[in-house]
Write a protein that binds this ligand. Structure first.
Ligand code: PEP
Length: 246
């Protein structure tokens, strides 16, 4: 069975004061069978790792090279050294703000795995693509091109994040989520055999306490990648509890 993961993506939000929310999150024990992950902005990673307890700390991007003349970039080795154990890669905001391609995401994923990080590889369609009936073609194409052949369920997690649902309050129907997650599971099994059954498949896009129970009830949804509702422990804790109970 795939492991359950409740992942919070703080994006470019928070200075040191925000660590009080992580501290608050650590007051509750992490439920058995669930990985709880917070991905703060890079400057907070080492301070977050120092206070995270059983909560895992991740980054939001890494460079594909391990070192060199890449001003402003951060390598996977550096993130690992700073205390990260996960890294989000290919988030739609990276793909749009920095024109990241599937090939770049794939190279970053390989770098992350080589450095001992677990990669959370994000894929998802635009609203135009969904309305054109291209959702499965788009997401399965992104999955194929963003995961290296060396990917395993122990080193890579897939997050399905419809771009039109991120930060908008709009959520696909449970049937739409199910259709995509089933297709992703089938694609993972086709490519990786039995190990494809073990990859954690996260849903992301306007997950909140009020919709988490229903979303986690969808087959092949093994957790969530959460933006806005991960910034406050009071909002994220019920999502973690819903996943633990699913
Ligand atoms: C995200 O940042 O990946 C995300 C899903 O954001 P939100 O939960 O705010 O829609």
């Amino acid at each position: 069975m795939a492991r359950k993961i409740a992942a919070g993506n703080w994006k470019m939000n928070g200075t040191g004061a925000a660590l009080a929310e992580l501290d608050s999150l650590t007051q509750d024990p992490v439920p058995d069978g669930v990985d709880v992950l917070i991905c703060p902005p890079a400057p907070l990673i080492s301070r977050a790792a120092a206070v995270a307890g059983a909560v895992k700390i991740g980054a939001q991007d890494c460079h594909a090279k391990s070192s060199g003349a890449h001003t402003g970039d951060i390598s996977a080795d550096m993130l690992r050294d700073a205390g990260a154990s996960y890294v989000i890669l290919g988030h739609s905001e990276r793909r749009s703000d920095h024109a990241e391609t599937d090939a770049q995401v794939c190279a970053k994923t390989q770098a992350a795995v080589d450095a001992g990080l677990i990669a959370v590889v994000c894929i998802g369609e635009t609203l135009d693509e969904r309305n054109a009936g291209q959702t499965l073609e788009i997401v399965c194409g992104q999955l194929a091109a963003s995961l290296p052949d060396t990917a395993t369920s122990a080193t890579c997690v897939v997050a399905y994040e419809p771009i039109w649902a991120i930060g908008t309050g709009k959520v696909p129907t449970l049937e739409q989520i199910s259709e995509v997650h089933d297709a992703l599971r089938a694609a993972l099994v086709e490519r990786f055999g039995d190990d494809g059954l073990q990859f954690s498949l996260l849903y992301g896009g306007s997950v909140k306490a009020s919709n988490a129970v229903d979303i986690f009830g969808v087959p092949n949804v093994d957790g969530a990648l959460v933006g806005g509702a991960s910034l406050k422990a009071a909002d994220f804790s019920p999502i973690i509890a819903a996943l633990a109970a699913a």
